[in-house]
Structure formats: structure tokens, C-alpha cells
Design a protein around this ligand. Structure first.
Ligand code: NAD
Ligand code: TYD
Length: 357
């Protein structure tokens, strides 16, 4: 039985990846390692938590000794690394936390993989090169586009936020462990995800929650920034393909060919919410409130995912309108999940974040 470590599996994307692997591969043992920060929530995984091929371990990737002991104990065959501090606004107020988890945490995992797979004659008597370290990263490492063009796998790194700088650094370390020590790595850089279990500090779930509660929808600056949105389950499918099929040392970009200005996206969301909440058309849009822009706010992200489509046959499965409607339905049907998340510390975060704007 193959043992795969998935880090950050209690978060938004990680929970979808864990669910996909646990259900699709009953012959794999999936170990989900997560610190359960504010963004990690075991309620994201209640449907699979009792499956015999799933195990949760609480722990911090910044703790090198703990990570090495975990590798010794489980003798993993592969790692899919998603654990990270992931919110740009939080990185602006607390950059060091992003360096610790995203950079040091990643290097700790790389060191444990190197020591346990390449230095100790492998636990199954091979040279260890078949053990894969897959690093899940973001398109934000490429920086910001003007009105035209798209990020390809050859676009130079140009991160602007502490978040993207920390992810860029971790990507460089992962490649360095391939080039220097021969670690079998793969990296993917994905555009903005949306869907169920998304923590309501990011644009789409925050706006759904605020519209539902008749609170202002905060739009940074003029709302003209552009993001390329991808259904989270399509990202999880891409991760599955890349983990199993990518040649060692390869990078793939993942994106939905689905660019929206923030303000157009919010107008579409308001239309859907009016319909779902039986409100008069136009009611939700009255909540749109322009607030102070984010410092260093990247103008536009757009991903060219043709390499992934051509080489591994991946395509996004959902049109955005359909995916957004499904997302709204999920949040409206899962009020208990949303209420639990938005009580306690979330309220303090929200007030601190938006009272300054
Ligand atoms: P998230 O914030 O929802 O989840 C992160 C998870 O990591 C949480 O469960 C958290 O508890 C865990 N974690 C944080 N610090 C940890 C530590 N020190 N040790 C162990 N666990 C820790 O993030 P997400 O949106 O699901 O993103 C997952 C990954 O995908 C990240 O690496 C992110 O950079 C990348 N990514 C995200 C997006 C997006 O749109 N959300 C797009 C592209 C790439
Ligand atoms: P976000 O969901 O934080 O993702 P990222 O910064 O990683 O792209 O933000 C998406 C876009 O929405 C980004 O341009 C910032 C903007 N935004 C707002 O206008 N208002 C908000 O309250 C938030 C959280 C984001």
C-alpha cells in the first residue's frame, strides 16, 4: 500500500485533494498533516474522516524534528505539499509568519524527504528516485500582468506581496533540491480557486457571507483588478494528474481561462444571490462598497495552461456561472459550517482588517 503525506489537508484546496485521493485510491494510505491554524478545519473532511485509508495528524511543518520523525515513522512514498499561510492581506501585516511556514516549513519537508528517501538506502530497496515531492504553488509568483499576455511556465518570477515572495522562495528551494540532490519533484502554479470550504476572508466567500448578512461588500480600489478563477475540484483533478504523470523536475501552470474584474465578478455574484435569497433584483449590489486599495495590489493574473492540457489532457470542467451558482448553493446549505467559522477570532480579524480601510 502506498503511503502519501498531504500537508494542509484541512484547508480549502487541501481538503478537496484529500477527499479526491481517499475516495479514488482505496489502496493508498493518505496521511493528512495540518497544524489547524485559523484556516484549517476538520469539519471540511467529516465525510471521509472514518475511511480506513485516511489518517489525520496534527502538527507544524516548521518543527523540523517532528517532521523528520513523521517521515521515519510512516515511510511515505510521496508528499503533496499544500500547507501554507495563504492570504495576501495577512502577509502584509505579518510577513514573518509567511516566511516561517511557507519557506522554512517547505525546506523542513524537503530535508526530511532527502534524508529519508535519498540518503538512507530506501525502505523498499530502490534508489529513492521514484518517491515524489509535489509542491502546490500559485500564479502570484509571476507578479502582475498588464492588459495583455499570460503567465507561462517560462515567465520570470516577480513576486510583489510577502505571500507571493514566500511562495516564490519555496518554489526555488523545491527546484534546488531537484537540481542539487536529485529529489523527484513536481511543481504546479495555479490561479485563484473558488468553491466549497473556502475560508471567508477571500473575495468570493467573504462576499457571499456579507451579502447573506446584509453587510457591505468591500471592493479594494476601483475593482478593476483581474483574476483568473478556477473551480477548486478542477484544481484537485489537475493535482492528481500531475502527481502521477509529471516527469521529474517539471512545472505545470493550472488555470481556468476565466478572467474577471473583481467588480464584474461581484455584480454576477449579487445577481445570483438576489435570485437565491428571493430579493428584488439589484438589492445585493447596493451593498457594494469601495474601500482603500490593497498595498502592492497586483493588477492582473492570467494563466496559460496549454502545457497541462496538451501533455496530460487536463481541461477545466465547469463554466464560471455554473460553478459560482453551485458555490453559492453550497454556502447557503452549509450555514452551520459558515456560522462556526465566522464566530470567535474571525470577527476580530474582520473588524481589524476593514475598520482601517
Ligand atoms: P488555506 O489557507 O485554506 O489552507 C492552508 C492549510 O495549511 C490550513 O489547513 C492550515 O491549517 C495549514 N497550515 C498552515 N500553516 C501550517 C503549518 N505551519 N504546519 C502545518 N499546517 C499548516 O489555503 P488554500 O487556499 O487551501 O491553499 C493551499 C495551497 O495552495 C497553498 O500552498 C497556496 O499557496 C496554494 N494555492 C492557493 C490558491 C487559492 O486560490 N487559494 C491558488 C493557487 C495556489
Ligand atoms: P483574494 O480572494 O484575497 O485572492 P488574491 O489576493 O490571492 O488574488 O482577492 C481576490 C481579489 O479581490 C484581489 O484583487 C483583491 C480583491 N479583494 C477585494 O476587492 N475585497 C476583499 O474584501 C478581498 C478579500 C479581496
Amino acid at each position: 500500500m502506498k503511503k502519501i503525506l498531504i500537508t494542509g489537508g484541512a484547508g480549502f484546496i487541501g481538503s478537496h485533494v484529500v477527499r479526491l485521493f481517499v475516495n479514488k485510491y482505496p489502496n493508498y494510505q493518505i496521511v493528512n498533516l495540518d497544524k489547524l491554524t485559523y484556516a484549517g478545519n476538520l469539519a471540511n473532511l467529516t465525510d471521509i474522516e472514518k475511511k480506513p485509508n485516511y489518517e489525520f495528524v496534527k502538527g507544524d511543518i516548521v518543527d523540523a524534528e517532528f517532521i523528520n520523525n513523521l517521515f521515519c515513522k510512516y515511510k511515505f512514498d510521496g508528499v503533496i505539499h499544500l500547507a501554507a499561510e495563504s492570504h495576501v492581506d495577512r502577509s502584509i501585516t505579518n510577513p514573518l509568519e509567511f516566511v516561517m511556514t511557507n519557506v522554512i516549513g517547505t525546506v523542513n519537508l524537503l530535508n526530511a524527504a532527502k534524508a529519508n528517501w535519498l540518503q538512507i538506502p530506501s525502505h523498499i530497496g530502490t534508489d529513492g528516485k521514484e518517491f515524489r515531492f509535489y509542491h502546490v504553488s500559485t500564479d502570484e509568483v509571476y507578479g502582475s500582468l498588464g492588459e495583455t499576455g499570460m503567465f507561462t511556465e517560462n515567465t520570470g518570477y516577480d513576486p510583489h506581496s510577502p505571500y507571493s515572495a514566500s511562495k516564490a522562495s519555496s518554489d526555488h528551494f523545491v527546484r534546488a533540491y531537484h537540481d542539487t540532490y536529485g529529489l523527484n519533484i513536481a511543481i504546479s502554479n495555479c490561479s485563484n480557486n473558488y468553491g466549497s470550504y473556502h475560508f471567508p476572508e477571500k473575495l468570493i466567500p467573504l462576499s457571499i457571507n456579507n451579502i447573506k448578512n446584509n453587510k457591505p461588500i468591500p471592493i479594494y480600489g476601483k475593482g478593476e483588478n483581474i483574476r483568473d478563477w478556477l473551480w477548486v475540484e478542477d484544481h484537485a483533478r489537475a493535482i492528481d494528474l500531475i502527481y502521477h504523470k509529471a516527469k521529474t523536475g517539471t512545472t505545470y501552470n493550472i488555470g481556468g481561462h476565466n478572467e474577471w474584474t473583481n467588480i464584474d465578478l461581484i455584480h454576477l455574484l449579487c445577481k445570483i444571490m438576489d435570485k437565491k435569497l428571493n430579493r428584488t433584483p439589484g438589492d445585493s449590489a447596493k451593498l457594494i462598497t469601495y474601500v482603500k486599495d490593497r498595498a502592492g495590489h497586483d493588477l492582473r493574473y492570467a494563466i496559460d495552461s496549454s502545457k497541462l492540457q496538451n501533455e496530460l489532457g487536463w481541461t477545466p470542467s465547469l463554466q464560471f456561472e455554473e460553478g459560482l451558482e453551485k458555490t453559492v448553493d453550497w454556502y447557503l446549505q452549509n450555514s452551520e459550517w459558515l456560522n462556526n467559522i465566522t464566530s470567535g477570532d474571525y470577527k476580530k480579524y474582520y473588524e481589524k482588517q476593514y475598520s482601517k480601510r
